[in-house]
Design a protein around this ligand. Structure first.
Ligand SMILES: *Cc1c(COP(=O)(O)O)cnc(C)c1O
Length: 436
């Protein structure tokens, strides 16, 4: 067995998938460079490229705005951007640190801030020359951003989001046509603003039935299209360049992308896609076909102990050792990395598993702790883990129905969002994140 810097080749090479070799080699290298961590989070570059190019192809005439908020949903913006920028017309971000990282990668892709910026963030973005399109959705913010533009002698591109579907934040209200028209003509007439895009967000898209003419998201989208047409006509009358249309998240793009409702407007159209790029929609009602998981999180075994029949494991004594007693492997990560909310893993009615690099399953035993996880040391083939071995907490490699993909783990955790799991693993202080 090969041991160095805490990364050990696992039980046997037999049955190992090729990706595991690449993962382990990259983990070893990252450990040598950055030190030892109990959790190893590999970002699979080839899969990322495959996902992004598939999404790109599906969008047809619409262009791709990659949503990289939350440090690319925990995948690490610095690792992700160099792989995907060439497929994108836009990249959407939230915090200035993300904008800095995107520009540091040397891409001149259009940048869109997904939420409303604070005055300080907006000024900093201008002073740093990042060329950010700012989201605005109130008259006051329009005046504020125009004032910033005037003071710094710049024309600031703005993105106006319309609250057509009841998201109730980040959007201009649309129920009063007069007020909306007045707000748009106010923007259109300011010298230091340019209305660069109009968008909407469909909060019910993941559950929608697009073929149903009464579907709430479909109706919201049709409403959006008719308002966008009016706005474009107003902008045209002012003699200003026509805005782009920005539609959809992963779920709504998959559900409504082929409907043509927006293409009919004849405006340039881009889809804002987050989860699909990372292969996290496999269990969704509107999955993105052919995408695979980009994040693979593995933990190191820190010890193996024997417990006699009748002893209990975990909070609330949720697991009892049976038979002749059992060997228990302890992983050097706990579920605080996923917040206390997630301590239920292993206590669910469906048994939860982690897998070794041959695809063998290890049952999670009882309700887990915040800094250590207990699993059955032997997999279903009877092979035992030792201290220093790796097991995967989330991966979609292998074929087991118990494979711990991120979406499946989210179900076991009581239906949490996939991006919650990936950002918790990716940005946890226990994690060493690297590309492989
Ligand atoms: C997060 C977000 C998206 C992307 O959502 P996914 O479901 O991850 O694709 C799109 N638009 C806005 C405004 C968002 O905040």
């Amino acid at each position: 067995m090969y041991r160095r810097n805490g990364i050990v080749s696992t039980m046997t090479n037999r049955g190992k998938l090729p990706y595991h070799h690449a993962f382990e080699a990259a983990a070893r290298k990252a450990t040598e460079e950055h030190g030892n961590f109990p959790m190893l989070v590999g970002i699979h570059g080839d899969m990322l490229v495959r996902n992004v190019s598939r999404v790109r192809r599906r969008l047809g005439s619409r262009t791709l705005c990659a949503v990289l908020k939350g440090d690319a949903y925990g995948h690490g913006i610095r690792l992700v951007v160099p792989h995907i920028a060439r497929f994108c017309s836009h990249i959407a971000f939230v915090d200035n640190s993300e904008a800095a990282a995107i520009r540091a990668a040397g891409t001149d892709v259009k940048l869109l801030r997904l939420r409303i910026g604070t005055p300080g963030e907006i000024v900093e973005a201008i002073e740093k020359g990042w060329n950010v399109r700012e989201t605005i959705c109130s008259r006051d913010k329009v005046a504020e951003v125009n004032g910033i533009g005037r003071r710094l002698d710049r024309v600031i591109e703005v993105h106006v989001s319309l609250d057509v579907a009841g998201l109730g934040r980040n959007g201009l209200p649309v129920d009063d046509a007069g007020t909306l028209r007045e707000a748009i003509s106010f923007i259109a007439s300011r010298n230091n603003l340019r209305l660069a895009s109009i968008g909407c967000h469909l909060p019910l898209a993941a559950q929608s039935t697009p073929s149903d003419r009464n579907d709430a998201s479909r109706r919201a989208l049709e409403k959006f299209a008719s308002i966008a047409r009016e706005i474009a006509a107003m902008i045209d009358l002012e003699g200003k360049p026509l805005p782009e249309i920005s539609a959809y998240s992963s779920a709504s793009s998959s559900a409504f992308g082929a409907s043509g409702i927006l293409e009919e407007l004849g405006l340039p159209c881009f889809d804002r896609i987050g989860n699909s790029l990372f292969g996290l929609t496999s269990t969704a009602k509107h999955p993105e076909p052919g995408t695979g998981q980009v994040m693979h999180a593995a933990a190191l075994v820190c010890d193996r102990v024997f417990r006699c029949s009748g002893s209990t494991i975990g909070y609330e004594q949720t697991y009892m050792v049976g038979g002749e007693g059992e060997e228990i492997a302890l992983l050097g990560v706990g579920w605080l990395t996923l917040s206390r909310y997630c301590q239920g893993v292993g206590k669910t009615e469906t048994p939860a598993f982690v897998i070794n690099d041959s695809g063998g399953r290890h049952l999670l035993l009882g309700r887990q702790s915040m800094n250590i996880a207990a699993i059955r040391a032997r997999d279903d083939m009877g092979r035992a883990l030792s201290s220093g071995d790796l097991v995967y907490l989330t991966t979609d490699w292998g074929s087991s129905e118990h494979m711990p993909s991120v979406p499946r783990l989210c179900d076991l955790l009581g239906g949490v969002q996939t991006e919650f799991v990936t950002s918790s693993f990716g940005s946890s202080p226990s994690s060493l994140r690297f590309l492989f």
